[in-house]
Design a protein around this ligand. Structure first.
Ligand SMILES: Cc1cc2nc3c(=O)[nH]c(=O)nc-3n(C[C@H](O)[C@H](O)[C@H](O)COP(=O)(O)OP(=O)(O)OC[C@H]3O[C@@H](n4cnc5c(N)ncnc54)[C@H](O)[C@@H]3O)c2cc1C
Length: 482
């Protein structure tokens, strides 16, 4: 039975897992976290999916007001894709936005979006008008819960540490050196201070180093490079000087990848994600600076998109970057960490903290499936962007492996954004389900066989729906008004 848990790593993955397991398991189970402040955490500005605020505040019961004081997040309503296909931009709002059909029209919403692709839903209208929240019937904030956060990794980590300490999680500053391994997995960890530690379950949250699952147990990382070519980012930003705070992340296509813009109250954070096989670091940085002349200091971050098919092996479970990583186009990492933490806790609870191989196999299957689902979804963004004629984008269109999303793309080319395709979605979950695919394929204007041309009367009905949405959005709350 698992009575002691040792988490190696104090980035957001290690801290969220320690907090999640502490909250879910009886007080008698010890949770200890060891991290090296010398090595530090990854330290990039982060955007999140909807489940992250929900997990932090509803599952971990982290006080919202305290969180806002300490971390100062801004709300994120979605991602604006700039230069992604022939339109100047399109918005991928969080939640469901395109899978509906007006009663007066013969076809679902996506069929009416050839020309204009704005104000389809209240959330898309909020994004278009730069607003954060709708008004409720009394003129107050309508908190629909369908938002993520933007925050800086350092501030999040600092706050998670203080909550962890207050909840009785021992936090130790030390550097892992080596592990003793045996039949059951890891038997002892040795640290540079001379300390040795033992636990029933080890959580590997050591980031890209993957000290326990990767280095000590030798579990291989499967590369996703045939789908996701990017492996580097040049990261920078500048102090906000009057620019409005946007309610979304910007993902702007670049010559050899794309560039994020993440919003903080006092700072704008940008990063150019690129494929080093298509552009040198110096040329990527030059393009980054040319398009963002206010950038001050920059740094380069390397990564590999890929994951371990088995993230739980014997008495070691990996989470965060040590488990896997896909480039941040849809900002999925923290959302994944929250899901996995909840699943580890569930697995331990349901098995009386004595998980048999069948439970571990089921867990591994679930986690791997989620990685694949994200991989195919992101890959489709690259495959279908017809805007640029650079070597990177030509290769992306020709060679990107979109795996299970291939069936969906073929369906779209034959039939357009029909809701009949639900059964073809690699994994029908919120946002990366059919709604998400159709937003991107309609947004990028992927051509499809036309079987029906909307009449002028149909377009009038459709545009009066859009006008209603626009009126709701423009009446919403701007940054800081709520
Ligand atoms: C360019 C880029 C952009 C990103 N953007 C987003 C985004 O927008 N949204 C999102 O959700 N995610 C994003 N991510 C991913 C996200 O930052 C991470 O997945 C997340 O913060 C979890 O990181 P981690 O805790 O696994 O690793 P880290 O933050 O690297 O933490 C690793 C921890 O392990 C410790 N450690 C390592 N080795 C040792 C050792 N030998 N001994 C002791 N301690 C050790 C370190 O000190 C640290 O505490 C991005 C990542 C990159 C690279």
């Amino acid at each position: 039975m698992i009575n002691s848990i040792l988490v190696l790593g104090g980035g957001s993955a290690g801290l969220i897992t320690a907090l999640g397991l502490r909250a879910a398991l009886p007080a008698g189970v010890t949770v200890t976290l060891v991290r090296s402040t010398r090595i530090g955490a990854i330290g990039v500005g982060e955007g999140t999916t909807v489940n992250v605020p929900f997990y932090l505040h509803n599952h971990l019961r982290m006080d919202r007001a305290e969180f806002f004081r300490a971390v100062d997040p801004s709300y994120k309503r979605g991602v604006r894709f700039k230069n992604w296909g022939p339109r100047p931009h399109y918005d991928y709002a969080l939640g469901r936005n395109l899978s509906f059909q007006l009663r007066a029209l013969p076809n679902p919403a996506g069929y009416y979006c050839d020309k204009e692709f704005t104000h389809i839903s209240p959330a898309m209208s909020l994004m278009e008008h730069g607003r954060f929240f709708l008004r409720d019937a009394k003129g107050g904030v309508l908190d629909d819960g369908v938002y993520g956060y933007h925050f800086e990794n350092e501030r999040l980590v600092e706050h998670l540490e203080s909550v962890a300490a207050a909840r009785g999680i021992a936090l130790i500053d030390d550097e892992f050196m080596s592990a003793q391994t045996g039949e059951g997995g890891i038997s002892l960890l040795h640290f540079t201070s001379g300390r040795s530690m033992r636990a029933d379950l080890y959580v590997d949250a050591s980031g890209f180093r993957a000290e326990l699952l990767g280095a000590a147990l030798g579990e291989p990382l499967e590369s996703f490079q045939s789908s996701l070519f990017c492996d580097s980012a040049v990261v920078g930003g500048w102090a906000r000087a009057g620019e409005p705070v946007l309610p979304y992340t910007v993902a702007e296509a670049m010559d050899s990848g794309w560039c994020w813009q993440i919003e903080h109250r006092n700072r704008i954070n940008r990063g150019y994600v690129y494929a080093s096989s298509f552009v040198t670091d110096a040329d990527a940085e030059a393009e980054f600076r040319r398009k963002n002349p206010k950038i001050t200091q920059t740094r380069i971050v390397r990564f590999i998109s890929g994951a371990r098919r088995r993230s739980w092996v014997k008495n070691v479970v990996a989470i965060g970057n040590s488990c896997g990583f896909v480039e941040p186009l849809e900002a999925t990492a923290l959302g994944n960490i929250c899901e996995q933490t909840a699943e580890i806790a569930q697995c331990l609870s349901d098995t009386g903290r004595d998980p048999r191989p069948s439970a571990i196999d089921a867990y591994n299957g679930l986690v791997w499936r989620r990685w694949c689902m994200i991989r195919w979804f992101l890959a489709t963004h690259y495959k279908c962007n017809s805007r640029f004629d650079t070597p990177f984008w030509r290769a992306a269109r020709a060679d990107t492996d979109i795996g299970e999303a291939g069936l969906l793309l073929r369906f779209f080319e034959d039939n357009g954004p029909s809701m009949m395709a639900t059964g073809l979605v690699p994994q029908p979950i919120e946002n990366f389900g059919l709604d998400g695919y159709w937003i991107h394929l309609v947004g990028m204007k992927v051509p499809y066989r036309r079987t029906h041309a909307p009449s002028a009367a149909e377009m009038q009905t459709w545009n009066s729906h859009r006008a209603k949405m626009s009126a709701m959005g423009v009446n919403g709350f701007a940054f800081g008004e709520y």
